[in-house]
Design a protein around this ligand. Structure first.
Ligand SMILES: Cc1cc2nc3c(=O)[nH]c(=O)nc-3n(C[C@H](O)[C@H](O)[C@H](O)COP(=O)(O)O)c2cc1C
Length: 335
């Protein structure tokens, strides 16, 4: 397993947790790290203007915790936004890496010329990247891109080369276009083209849900690392599974009880770092996803969804520990 180096930062594992707005908050990042195998975790995307204006809710999301390293803090904005200042601020907070969002297809971001819209103007985007690199005082700056805006505008290889020339130290490629949003499947050939275009590490991203799909991404694209997003919401142990498989180590078999204990730990981490309202919101929303790996747990899902406070969620989960359900249900193949 080759080591990924992003500038001077050496990752212990080439498996990265994707930045996901509303998902990869501090408790979730800590949960994935505790289980193991996370080489680098991405923050939620942060609005550069809000950072510079000092909006507390946004600055809070970039707050560094000693157990949450190495951390890639992702910022977004357009060429007129204070992205260099926002990156510099995140550096002062201790970010390990600053990541520029160039792939968000959501209107709220694109309509302000940020996110994916940066794919359309490679020259201007590369200039912006250079300003951010200069502002970040030696802390590596990376970019997260899609293949291009539409099927006829696959700008990623050219943009990645320009970004490399601007001092960007790694590029993550989600193998879809902006127009695709999340439809279809990730195009690994498109990611391979970016790998061919640059000498910096390329992280392959899109649809990885098992050690086998991670391996396929490595072999097909020759990428340096892989990034997992959506599947981690169902199986936050995916990073450990992939890392162990890459190291040739035996897989970990988790019983249903083990998995429920992980959900309980997630609950405790949210309570500790974000409070009861967030815990209730998060676990009631995510129990269906977690539940997909737990066999038949409809009554548990019902109880969690109807819970009025964290104690009720905890009681529901604890009651299910050791419940009389065949263990083999937990080993259903990954969806
Ligand atoms: C709920 C959600 C939020 C996301 N938020 C971000 C984000 O803030 N920044 C970003 O670069 N990508 C974001 N993404 C995209 C993911 O980082 C990733 O590129 C995409 O989900 C493809 O990887 P996957 O197939 O492993 O999920 C988000 C995706 C989802 C599903």
């Amino acid at each position: 397993m080759a080591q990924v180096k992003i500038g001077h930062v050496k990752l212990d594992s080439p498996v990265l947790l994707a930045p996901m707005a509303g998902i990869t908050d501090l408790p979730f990042r800590l949960l994935c790290r505790e289980i193991g195998g996370v080489g680098l975790a991405g923050s939620e995307l942060l609005n550069s203007r809000a950072i510079v204006l000092g909006i507390p809710a946004v600055r809070e999301k970039a707050k560094l915790h000693p157990d949450d390293r190495p951390l890639s803090v992702q910022v977004y904005g357009n060429v007129e936004d204070p992205l260099p200042q926002a990156g510099a601020w995140a550096v002062t907070q201790g970010a390990t890496v600053i990541d520029i969002n160039m792939g968000c297809p959501v209107d709220k971001v694109c309509k302000k010329n940020g996110g994916s819209l940066l794919l359309k103007t490679p020259g201007r985007t590369a200039n912006l990247a250079k300003q951010i690199v200069d502002a970040c005082d030696g802390v590596p700056v990376t970019a997260k891109v899609r293949l291009g805006w539409g099927a006829n505008e696959l700008t990623a290889p050219d943009l990645a080369k320009r970004l490399e020339d601007s001092g960007i130290q790694a590029v993550t490629v989600h193998g879809r276009t902006t127009s695709q949003k999340f439809s279809g499947s990730a195009c690994l050939d498109g990611i391979a083209r970016v790998v061919e275009a640059v000498s910096i590490p390329v992280i392959g991203n899109g649809d990885i849900h098992s050690p086998e799909t991670a391996q396929h991404m490595f072999e097909h694209t020759k990428c340096a690392g892989v990034m997992v997003g959506r599947h981690s919401m169902k199986e936050p142990w995916i990073f450990q599974d992939i890392t162990k498989s890459l190291r040739g180590e035996s897989p970990v078999f988790r019983t249903r009880n083990d998995k429920i204990k992980i959900i309980l730990r997630h609950l405790e981490l949210i309570l500790e770092h974000r409070g009861e309202r967030s815990a209730l919101h998060c676990i009631t929303n995510r129990i269906a996803l977690y539940g997909r790996t737990l066999g038949h747990i409809k009554p548990l899902k019902e109880r969690v969804r109807l819970a009025k406070n964290a104690d009720e969620i905890r009681a529901a989960l604890e009651a299910w520990l050791g419940a009389d359900v065949a263990e083999e249900l937990c080993f259903a193949p990954r969806a």
